[in-house]
Design a protein around this ligand. Structure first.
Ligand SMILES: Nc1nc2c(ncn2[C@@H]2O[C@H](COP(=O)(O)OP(=O)(O)O)[C@@H](O)[C@H]2O)c(=O)[nH]1
Ligand SMILES: [Mg+2]
Ligand SMILES: [Zn+2]
Length: 304
């Protein structure tokens, strides 16, 4: 039987078998277990020791979480949305083969509708699922539940106070996570000790036995480390650029200010006659240029 590590603790691992049973496995035995994290799949021998580790799809750090399938990126009208952060989280998603789900939360509050429209304008060509939800009154909660991958782990990410803990409480009513500013302080204080924990979440499809569908109780994942990749790779993590990439004059065009760049033509309105609707959004492209410059600057200083 395959076991999922729900939580990696100091003395061992909380596991959940594919039959739904949970057990604790002390960190001992023949295998080295110090590289194992929540989200990993393992097998046990007759004496209950970990003997085999399944292939790992990806690994997020701080806190460590393996095999993430999807990430719900949460935005809200208040605190004011940070689109720059959303862009960077999306880059991490696309680099790690994680499906992004954009959640505009607090639909009950002023400004949510227009934020939802702006989010759609920015991201419709990059993100398949963009939802308007409210953790407070439950709007869109079932839609969000249905949008989570049927198998695999979903985590939440986004600014502090956008409602991540509140949404988790909606999805997992038994959890009773602390909500509000105080909890944000506690989270920061606890960051080093409080490990990430996975919770099984039931299937939406009637008659389907929930087997391998989890949501992670963690305040998202850490941001892009500029050293992780070269600035010329950045364009590959903007899926909406792909439709025009073959139209640029220069080979290896980064879509910044190169002569004959189709993306630049499009966002400045000069390519409207030439190209069909591309979905590329000017303000998202402007932030792309900023992020590109940040990465470029980082690498220049590093190799100087
Ligand atoms: N009006 C409204 N307030 C919300 C909603 N979701 C969360 N909040 C409030 O936003 C604040 C931050 O919520 P919390 O879940 O702690 O955010 P987190 O820091 O992202 O985990 C709390 O005061 C919540 O009561 C919502 O859908 N509507
Ligand atoms: Mg929280
Ligand atoms: Zn170009």
């Amino acid at each position: 039987m395959i076991y999922k590590i729900l939580q990696a603790k100091r003395g061992g691992f909380l596991l959940r078998g594919s039959d739904g049973t949970e057990r604790f496995c002390p960190a001992r035995g023949k295998m080295r277990t110090d590289g194992l994290h929540a989200g990993d799949d393992v097998e046990l021998d007759g004496s209950g020791g970990i003997v085999k580790i399944g292939p790992r799809k990806n690994l997020l750090i701080r806190p460590p979480l393996a095999n993430v399938a999807a990430c719900a990126i949460v935005l809200s009208p208040a605190p004011a949305p940070d689109f720059h952060l959303v862009d960077k989280l999306l880059i991490q998603c696309f680099r790690n083969q994680i499906e992004p789900i954009l959640c505009v939360n607090k639909s009950d509050a002023a400004g949510a509708e227009s934020l939802f429209e702006r989010a759609r304008k920015n991201y419709a060509a990059a993100v398949a699922r963009i939802l308007l939800v409210s953790a407070a009154d439950g709007t869109g909660a079932e839609e969000l539940r249905a949008a989570l991958p049927e198998t695999g782990i979903t985590c939440l990410a986004g600014q502090s106070a956008v409602g991540k803990s509140s949404l988790l409480n909606r999805l997992l009513p038994d959890l009773h996570l602390e909500v509000g500013e105080l909890s944000a302080k506690i989270e920061r204080g606890k960051n080093t000790t409080r490990a990430c924990r996975l919770y099984p979440i039931g299937s939406c499809r009637e008659g389907v036995v929930p087997d391998n569908r989890y949501i992670a109780d963690t305040a998202g994942f850490s941001l892009l480390d500029a050293g992780e990749f070269f600035f010329e790779e950045l364009k590959y993590f903007y899926p909406e650029f792909a439709v025009l990439a073959g139209e640029c004059k220069m080979r290896g065009c980064n879509h910044i200010d190169e002569p004959g760049c189709a993306v630049v033509k499009w966002v400045t309105g000069k390519g409207n006659a030439q190209f069909k609707e591309t979905g590329i959004c000017r303000e998202r492209w402007e932030r792309y240029v900023e992020i590109f410059r940040e990465l470029e600057e980082f690498h220049k200083n590093r190799y100087k």
